[in-house]
Write a protein that binds this ligand. Structure first.
Ligand code: NBP
Length: 471
């Protein structure tokens, strides 16, 4: 065969990725379970480059140069397993199977191990940026063997987004590392959106501003250190007026946030790793809460609250948003660091910030700061310890507290802002009440404790004379 690379699964993501490859001069073999999609792609976009339509998987494999590289873009889960099995039977040692879908990294680890046994490379690649990104340059997070990246890297880097001459694609690490990092990216995206939503809610309900006015505020924020795709599109969505009713669009949309599950995965895995990603967890729970229609209807209240809103509210909210965002990212990066140790992935955290600067939903100028922090100190225990972020959060903290106080008094829920502040305050506390918790655990369950002044484990005989014994 003569095709450089193949794509199977030609729904919106797969066909856009194939077009992106063709536009970059790669001869692309294309295949879909039902041939109609393949035909439609070649008919509508055949002039954009060289496509080789294949009716069967066997034709697809036969049309490729060796070592063969096939990107799978089908529905995650069982369909992906079915396609991998079919492909693996047709391939030869050294060939590469790339899953560009939203797979759970545990599945990716299993699939990678199974294909490795057969001499094949399996690359789980996180691809962010939705359909627009797939076509014009996504952020790509490939895992798998370093050897597979030698073949695949140049192709993926050339079709990825590019910021300041650097591609938004890097080899993340072995087996499931790429899909793990993509999962955390999505989790951070949840947190980012929750914080933006809380900012809007506060300005609207406590500040009495209209959606159009708040759109203006976000437009201004998008030129400072908050400059990001999500802040930019927040201004667009808040400024949009519903054509049918003439009302602000945001007032005619049902206030129940849906989710596809990557935020939940991030939190589940964080619980396993023991890493507090409170920003992401609050964001996932806030979406769940918004959908509890029965409970909300039963408790709904129209009680007027009067609260003195500081006249610095807009600036305060900006500071709170920035500081809470720093915390959410610090937590997400902490989770990646922990997973990298747990699974032996050796992830370069600064490189993750680098490849998220373009192509993906959380792209932001701010990521340059994270990259710099890890360049300066790859082992920095938390982004909050980095000089720049430490100063930024310290400068914001008075405004941040005012915002949380105002929100609480005005009955506006701010789980993102307040939990981020609690996380920050906890990390900065000289002593935590965890000491009391240890005491309680020892009291009811003889779970023992350590002392601040001596090595060893101890137990107090609570039910007897309360003397202390070595445990
Ligand atoms: P979908 O997730 O909607 O999947 C549709 C594709 O899967 C079609 O090509 C369909 O073939 C194929 N397929 C199914 Br369904 N079952 C199959 C089976 N048993 N065997 C072979 N093919 C099967 O497509 P998408 O929205 O383009 O997303 C593709 C992947 O990219 C997913 O994993 C998704 O999570 C991920 N992703 C999507 C986005 C996004 O913005 N949409 C962003 C990032 C990642 P058919 O045409 O014959 O039915």
């Amino acid at each position: 065969g003569t095709a450089r690379i193949a794509v199977t699964g030609l729904a919106v993501m797969g066909s856009n990725l194939a077009r992106n490859l063709a536009r970059h001069g790669y001869k692309v073999a294309v295949h879909n379970r039902s041939f109609a999609k393949t035909k439609a792609l070649v008919e509508q976009h055949g002039q954009e480059g060289e496509f080789v339509p294949a009716e069967t998987m066997a034709d697809l494999v036969a049309s490729l140069q060796q070592p063969r590289q096939v990107i799978i873009m089908v529905k995650a889960g069982a369909p992906t397993d079915a396609v991998i099995d079919e492909l693996a039977d047709l391939m030869e040692p050294g060939d590469m199977v790339i899953d560009g879908g939203n797979a759970h990294f545990v599945d990716t680890r299993r699939r990678e191990a199974a294909l490795r046994e057969r001499g094949l490379h399996f690359v789980g690649a996180g691809i962010s940026g939705g359909e627009e990104g797939a076509l014009n340059g996504p952020s790509i997070m490939p895992g798998g063997s370093p050897e597979s990246y030698k073949h695949l890297g140049p192709v993926l880097e050339s079709i990825a987004a590019n910021v300041d001459g650097q591609p938004c694609c890097v080899h993340v690490g072995p087996d499931g590392a790429g899909h793990f990092v993509k999962m955390v990216h999505n989790g951070i995206e949840y947190a980012d959106m929750q914080l933006i939503a809380e900012s809007y809610d506060l300005l609207r309900r406590a500040g009495g501003m209209t959606p159009a006015q708040i759109a203006e505020v976000f437009r201004t924020w998008n030129s400072g250190d908050l400059e990001s795709y999500l802040v930019e599109i927040t201004a667009e969505v808040l400024g949009h007026v519903d054509a049918a009713t003439g009302k602000p669009f945001v007032d005619v949309v049902e206030d129940r946030a849906e989710q596809k599950g990557t935020g939940r995965w991030t939190v589940q895995e964080a619980l396993e790793l023991g890493i507090p990603v409170t920003g992401i967890a609050e964001a996932v729970f806030a979406r769940s809460l918004s959908s509890r229609v029965d409970q909300r209807a039963a408790l709904e209240s129209t009680a007027d609250v009067s609260v003195t809103v500081p006249d610095t509210l807009v600036d305060d909210v900006r500071e709170a948003l920035y500081a809470s965002k720093v915390v959410a990212y610090a937590q997400g990066f902490d989770q990646m660091r922990a997973a990298s140790e747990q699974y032996d992935w050796d992830i370069d955290l600064g490189a993750m910030a680098t490849i998220w600067r373009g192509g993906c939903i959380i792209r932001a100028v701010f990521l340059n700061r994270i990259r710099e922090a890890y360049e300066k100190a790859p082992d920095v225990p938390s982004l909050l310890v980095d000089d720049y972020f430490r100063a930024a959060v310290e400068n914001a903290v008075d405004a941040w507290r005012r915002v949380v106080v105002t929100a609480v008094q005005a009955n506006v829920p701010v789980p993102g802002f307040s939990s981020a502040l609690a996380y920050y305050d906890a990390l900065r506390s000289n002593r935590l009440p965890a000491a009391l918790i240890q005491g309680l655990r020892d009291f009811f369950g003889a779970h023992t404790y350590r002392r601040t002044d001596r090595e060893g484990s101890f137990h107090t005989l609570w039910g007897a004379d309360r003397s202390e014994v070595d445990a």
